[in-house]
Every structure is written in C-alpha cells, then in structure tokens.
Design a protein around this ligand. Structure first.
Ligand code: SF4
Length: 319
C-alpha cells in the first residue's frame, strides 16, 4: 500500500497553477497526529499540502507515520527555511522534495513569490548540511518553464540529488479547471531533452524517471495510460479534513479517519464504489502518486522501454 496525505491546505505561496492558497483550512479543522493511528502499513507515504511545514504539529505527525510507512517523503515549497531545518533535523530519516518550477525569475513568477527560488536554494543547502539523504527537487512542467527543464536537471545533478517531474493538470484540489499546455510542440521538445539527460545519467533511478517523464507527453496528447490506475485499491489520498479519497483529482470522499478507523473505511461499501469509479475513470492521469507504485510492481514495462531507448537507440528517444 502507498498513501498521500495533505496535512493542511494553508499555503504561503501563490502559485498560478494551484489555487489551494485561496482556500486554506482552519487550523482546528485539520487532522491531528492521533487521527493517523489506524493507518495501514505502507511502502511509501507522501506528506503534502498546502505547505506542510506551516502545520504546527508536523513533527508529531511524522512521529506517527514513520511507524506506518517504510519511506516517508514530504513535499515543500522550501520557503520556511527555519521551520523546515528544525523539523527535518528531528527526522533525518524522512525524505523531502522541494519544488523548483524553473530557474530564478521563472520559478518566482510561477510560484507568485519574489525571491522564492533563492529561498528554496538556501533551504536545499541547509538540508544538505543537515545530512538529509532522501533529498530532491520537483518540477511541474508547463509551457512557462519547459525551457528550464535541462537546467533544472543539471542543478539537481550538481547537488547529487534527483529531479522529480509532474505535468500541469486540473484537479478539484487545485481549485483550477483552466490549467492548459498551449505550446505542446515546445513542451515535447524540451521534455525529450530532459529524457535524454535522464537516460545518459549513470544513476539507474534516473532511467526509470525517463520512462515516467516520457509518459507525461502521452498524457499531454490525451493518450490512454499504459498502466491501469489502481487508486483506492493499493493507494489512497487523505485530505486535511481527514476525508479518504481515491486521489487528489477525483472528488469522491468515501470515509473520514476522524470518525472511523482506516480499515473500516477501506472495507466499506463506499470504498467499493470508489474502486468502481476508479476503474471507469477516463482522466488518464500520469502522476507519480498514481503510477510510481505500479512501476515498482511491474518493472518489466519500464525496463523494456529503457532497454529500447538507452541501449538500442542512442541517437534519440522513442515512445
Ligand atoms: S486516473 Fe486514477 S489518479 Fe487520475 S483521476 Fe482517475 S482515479 Fe484519480
């Protein structure tokens, strides 16, 4: 089992592609550490927001979830340097991904905060000094930052950390329905450049990143997913109110962990209905939260692609 928990919808950035910051949760509405006591055992758990480090009891939440998941990774915009270093200093076994939606001013413009790129770099350097091992940066690919993809890969490479990718999409969670890639040719060309960088990296994990990132292009052109979505069966999303949902795109809460134990929710008729809806879902999302665990479970599909594109086709990238 894998999971994603958004611990707060409070946020200190003003991103153009995500308007969660306009719809913050009240501190008293948000899940607390004791609400997470019945979570199942997990392989990987992503803690996200809003901005998770705004949440006053994040450290206590990490105390609980570390007993449930083999790997816990927090997603952050990196703005709250002091709080981030304080919490991560107490949880050096937890991973962290800092958002970098471009270099310099591009990142500042997309995130709506002057100086956020410099601040996120300061946080990144602080985390390295703390000795955090599971450290990386993450980009949401759009027309506005496609040209920065290879520079971002090189930034990650210089710091010996990974660059994770996602693509612009719409979700109730973002309060956005007009996110759109306008210049698909530009994005495809720049993503191809990034995929070539991943494939020529000496780190095998980057070859799998290449496969995942190539799938982003398929999603952009509306192609069907190569791996059937299994959210609500082997993975789940919990929002700051405690509502358990299949993912952060499908607006279908099927139980609340403030009211019932996770296992009771998971075995309920509402959970069966969620699985039916996922089975019929035509969104074809290609997000690491709904694809990563399938790549780990069915490695032959990405491995065959890697072999074709890395070993047999050194001149370019096929799909
Ligand atoms: S494809 Fe999967 S992750 Fe995407 S909306 Fe449907 S159920 Fe959610």
């Amino acid at each position: 089992m894998d999971g994603i928990i958004a611990v707060t919808y409070r946020c200190n950035a003003k991103c153009s592609m995500c308007h969660t910051w306009k719809h913050p949760t009240g501190r008293d509405q948000e899940i607390r550490p004791e609400h997470l006591a019945t979570l199942p055992g997990m392989v990987r758990l992503n803690i996200t927001g809003g901005e998770p480090f705004i949440k006053e009891d994040l450290s206590e939440i990490l105390d609980v979830v570390k007993t449930k998941a083999k790997r816990v990774v927090v997603s952050s915009n990196g703005l709250l340097t002091r709080q981030i270093l304080e919490v991560m200093g107490r949880h050096r076994d937890v991973g962290i991904r800092l958002s970098f939606d471009g270099m310099g001013e591009t990142h500042d413009r997309i995130r709506g905060v002057a100086g956020i790129h410099a601040k996120a770099l300061e946080t990144l350097n602080g985390l390295k000094e703390l000795g955090i091992k599971d450290l990386g940066i993450a980009v949401t690919i759009s027309d506005g930052n496609a040209k920065d993809l290879v520079p971002l890969f090189r930034l990650a490479d210089r710091h010996h950390i990974e660059l994770a990718t996602a693509i612009l999409h719409n979700a109730y969670y973002f309060h956005k329905s007009d996110n759109k890639i306008t210049d698909r040719c530009l994005v495809e060309q720049e993503v191809n450049g990034l995929v070539r960088e991943y494939l020529s990296s000496p780190r095998p994990k980057n070859w799998f990143r290449a496969y995942f990132t190539m799938g982003i292009i398929g999603h952009m052109y509306g192609k069907e997913r190569t791996m059937k979505c299994t959210m609500a069966t082997d993975s789940f999303f919990i929002d700051p109110h405690g509502d358990v949902r299949p993912c952060n795109v499908m607006d279908f809460p099927f139980g609340n962990i403030k009211e019932k134990a996770f296992q009771e929710i998971w075995r309920s008729p509402e959970a069966s209905e969620a699985r039916r809806r996922v089975n019929d879902c035509r969104e074809n999302c290609w997000m690491i939260g709904s694809v990563g665990h399938l790549m780990r479970r069915h490695p032959l599909t990405p491995l065959a692609w890697i072999a074709r594109n890395k070993l047999l086709n050194k001149d370019g990238v096929a799909r």
